[in-house]
Structure formats: C-alpha cells, structure tokens
Design a protein. Structure first.
Length: 129
C-alpha cells in the first residue's frame, strides 16, 4: 500500500452511505462509496483487466470496467497491491454502458462479515484513488 493511511475520522467520513439505488438495482445491504482499483479475472480465464471500484456492500460490489461481462459471469476480484491470499468472488447481475466504460453490479458468492467488509473498504480508501 502506498500513501498515507487516512485517519479514523477520514475513514468514517468515507463510509457515508450512498443514496438509495434505483428499484432495479437494490442490494439487501447498505452500500458504501469506495475508490480503488482492482484486477478482475473471469472464471476459467488467465488474463485479467483493471477495474475501478465504485461501491461495496456486504452482498455485492459495483465495478467500472472497459469492456462488458455478460450477466452470470463469475469474477475474481483482487485489489491492486493486495498481498493477502483471499480474493472476492462475485457474479455479474447486471451491466450498463456509461461514459467511462461498463458499470457492472455484482453479487458476492457469500455475504461479507462486517469485519471483512470494513477490511476491504478501508483498503480501497487507503488507495486514495
């Protein structure tokens, strides 16, 4: 990890919940804005591409990627610079084109525990992207 670690106040400030999502895009868990980069790899493929993390919750994650993954695609998500052996696994539930690429709404293979959610979110905040 590079750059200064945000203070507890700065981290808490970044955990401000996002506005309620549109009806077709609601998760059962509250989302928190996240800024960070990850590598995303489609299940069964060796190559990965970069993705910007837009938000994260206990049940899913929003990824901005240059190309579209079809609904149902299983992705392995590894934050850039992550040295741990655990990664996130999520299935694409929907995608839509936006100016910067394709926004993918993904559902985790199992919900994250509160402590795991905090770990992932704090890591993305520390990237300062």
């Amino acid at each position: 990890m590079s750059g200064p670690v945000p203070s507890a106040d700065q981290q808490e400030e970044r955990l401000v919940l996002l506005e309620e999502a549109p009806a077709q895009d609601r998760r059962s868990a509250n989302r928190a804005a996240a800024r960070g980069m990850s590598l995303v790899r489609e299940e069964g493929r060796a190559e990965a591409q970069s993705a910007r993390i837009k938000d994260i919750s206990a049940t899913g994650i929003a990824l901005l990627v240059n190309s579209r993954y079809p609904d149902g695609t299983v992705l392995t998500i590894a934050p850039l610079g992550w040295r741990a052996t655990e990664f996130l696994v999520a299935k694409v539930v929907h995608s839509r084109p936006i100016l910067q690429g394709w926004l993918h709404g993904c559902e985790f293979d199992h919900p994250l525990a509160p402590s795991d959610l905090e770990l992932w979110h704090s890591y993305y905040c520390r990237q300062g992207l």
